[in-house]
Design a protein around this ligand. Sequence first.
Ligand code: SF4
Length: 80
Amino acid sequence: MEDANVMTCPYLTEVTMVFCGASPQKKLIPTDRISTASACEGDGFNGCALYREALSRALHTIEELETELKEVHGKKGVQS
Ligand code: SF4
């Protein structure tokens, strides 16, 4: 609970930060420093190399899981 009579340091500030989940480095960026022309904040994210790499990895993982599932179902089909 905050005490209204306690003074905090005048340099203490609160900012909202964001980071790119596709980047291997989790560098926090204050939201007020992101340009309105940024690919991250608009439709341009489809052209971002990091986005495309992350999407490619995710699709590859899905394909591997689907292959594994087909193999498991194939083995079950042979046994029954
Ligand atoms: S647009 Fe690219 S850099 Fe921006 S958040 Fe998406 S993946 Fe990260």
